[in-house]
Structures are given as C-alpha cells and as structure tokens.
Design a binder for this molecule. Structure first.
Ligand code: KG4
Ligand code: ZN
Length: 338
C-alpha cells in the first residue's frame, strides 16, 4: 500500500441510482467503516424497468445532503474530524456524477479539506480491502457490475492493467435484461438469483459465449437472445419455468466468468483472485470462483455483500490509494477508464 497520510475520509457516491455517503478511517494498518449510508432509488426506477438518468439526478439532488449528514452523525460516536473527501468522478451517468462532484467540491472548499476524485470501478476493487486483508500480488480481479465486465491484472494495489472486457453487454446488464424477458423485476440480478434457487441449472442448454476464445474478453448479448428464443418457444410459462430459465441462465454466466478468470490467473501466475462489483453479490458466482481459486491453490477475496453493490465506503477506501487533486482540476468523466 502506498504511504497513507489521510486518516479519516468522507466518501460520496452518486454515479448511478444509489445516493451514498460513508466515513472510513485508516489506522494500525486497518480500515474501519464508521458509517455507510445508502439511499437507493430502486423503487423509483422499477416501474420504468431500468434507471432513468434525469430522474436519477433529481433524486440525488434531493437526497445527497441528508445522506451526508446521516453519515457524519452516525460516525460522530466513533471518529473525530474528517481529513479528506473522496467522490466518484466516473464512470457513470453524467448528471448523477455532477451532483456528487459539485457537492464534494463545495464541502472541500468550505471545510478546507483535500478532495480526491475516485474511479468508481477501481473503488469496486478496493472494496476488497475493507476487511483489512493483506492481498498478495500479482492478483487477477474480475469486475462485474451493471455497466462493466472486466478482467484486471494488479501487480500492486495501485497498478491496474485491463486484460479483457465484454465486447457487448456487461454481466449485470445481461442479468437485468434477461430478468425482463422472463418477467422478473428490476434489478434483475438479485431477482434471477432468488428465482434460480428453486430452478434446475441443467433444464436448458444455453451457450457459453467466448468460453474458448483464447483471449480474456466476454460476450453476453447472444446468451440473452438464446433465452428470448427459448421463452418464445414455450407453450406455458409458470413459476417453475421461470426458475429453470433463471437457473440455466445464471449457470451459463457463472461458467464463462469463472472459467476465464481461472485461465487468466493461471496465465499470469496470480497469487490471488479477487471478485468485485454488483454481480459479485451473486452467491453462485462467489462460491464457484472460490472453488476455482482453491483448485488452483490461489488466495480468494470477495467483499462482504453490502460492499459489492454501489456504496460509499468503497469510495472512501479508494480515496486512500488515489492522489488528491486541485479543486479546479477535478473533472467528471462518464466514460472514465480504469
Ligand atoms: O456495481 P453495481 O451496484 O452498479 C454499477 O456500478 O453498475 O452493479 C449493479 C448490477 C446490476 O446489474 C444488478 O442486477 C447486479 O449488479 N446484481 C446482481 C446481484 N445483485 C446485484 N447480479 C447477480 N446476482 C446478484 N445477487
Ligand atoms: Zn458500481
């Protein structure tokens, strides 16, 4: 870990449909989460079947100050002053990002505290440090979220090299779109995983796209289309059918993700395999990748479920690893790369 000077960080996250703030401190080589407040907009976007950017930004404006206040109040019992502010500057929805960044800039100016612009995808990876693990390098991290699916080689905690990514839909996007096809609610990931628990993963043989492609890229749009054709062919559609479709789809996604991650770990002689992002909350994915890592004799790390989906504790932790910037130089970048 690089030299850490900032001791207590306020993290702010508004890149998509969660308004979040958290206070995290670092002492005795340990991160402690003093507060982790998340105000989700899921119930508002549910009726549209996905996140509506303009609606999301308006909700962030309504919530952001109350959420920060609550994070500060909760943390007050266990920690003193704030030393710095970390905020997501990208990737994400531009108008949503603007709310968090402008709020953070204002607080940084009036409190006279340094501001750190954080990359949301790196923050997902840094969620793995929350439980104070000593991660061994080189490490391979599979990042799977609503907008991204990436395989990353980390030579050290601040050195990220993307070795593969999706060529079309992200894994979370595939879960969300497939859920719509089989009449499950948004967000599709948790719904599919719930329904799959009672389904048969071998009921339908769905493709495992690019499983033998020889590179570390992924593709999920064909898999979603395969589910669509299967749904169209069925004469009746009851809850057993939904569960079987969900389980078969989930198995196909998990097979591709875990087999390719294990191949990358072998190729790069990784000492650790890490999992990160919202889809890392998926039980089958967590368990299957853990088993694959054990088979390879590699360490395995995954954040607690509450730190897999969007949260501000991971943004604060990322603040420890990211250099601070001059207020005027901080730019929002909706397409920020790793
Ligand atoms: O990281 P995240 O919270 O937001 C982004 O940065 O995109 O990821 C959200 C994605 C959604 O697509 C959601 O369906 C998926 O994570 N997700 C899951 C599960 N929980 C959330 N996917 C599969 N299984 C889950 N249990
Ligand atoms: Zn995210």
């Amino acid at each position: 870990m690089q030299q850490i000077k900032r001791k207590t960080i306020l993290g702010i996250e508004t890149s998509c449909d969660e308004t979040a703030a958290a206070i995290v401190s670092f002492s005795n080589k340990k991160f402690t989460v003093h507060s982790n407040i998340i105000r989700s907009q899921i119930n508002i976007h549910k009726k549209y079947g996905g996140v509506v950017p303009e609606v999301a930004a308006r909700q962030h404006i309504i919530s952001v100050i109350a959420v920060i206040e609550q994070a500060l109040e909760t943390a007050q019992k266990t920690v003193g002053k704030i030393d710095a502010i970390a905020v997501t500057a990208g990737p994400g929805l531009i108008t949503s990002l603007m709310v968090g960044v402008q709020t953070a800039k204002t607080l940084s100016y009036i409190w006279n505290k340094p501001l750190i612009a954080v990359n949301h995808m790196k923050a997902h990876v840094y969620a793995n440090w929350i439980n104070n693990k000593k991660i061994k390098f080189p490490a391979i991290c599979l990042i799977v979220s609503g907008g991204h699916t990436e395989l990353v080689l980390l030579k050290k905690d601040t050195h990220f090299k993307k070795i593969g990514q999706t060529v079309d839909d992200a894994a979370g996007e595939a879960f969300d779109k497939t859920a719509q096809l089989i009449k499950l609610e948004y967000p599709g990931g948790p719904e599919i995983s719930k329904s799959a628990a009672t389904g048969n993963p071998n009921a339908f043989t769905f493709p495992r796209p690019m499983i033998n492609s020889g590179d570390f890229n992924f593709s999920f749009s064909g898999l979603k289309t395969a589910v669509l054709y299967t749904v169209k062919k069925q004469k009746k559609h009851d809850s057993k059918m939904t569960a079987d479709l969900a389980a078969s789809f989930q198995q196909a996604v998990v097979d591709v993700l875990t087999i390719k991650t294990a191949k990358a770990a072998k190729k790069y002689q990784a000492k650790s395999i890490m999992l990160a992002g919202g889809v890392a909350a998926n039980k089958l994915l967590r368990e299957t990748l853990q088993q694959k890592a054990a088979d390879l004799g590699t360490n395995f790390y995954v954040p607690d479920i509450q730190y897999c989906t969007d949260n501000a504790a991971m943004i604060a932790v990322a603040g420890y690893f990211t250099p601070k910037q001059n207020l005027n130089k901080i730019k929002i970048n909706p397409n920020l790369e790793l």
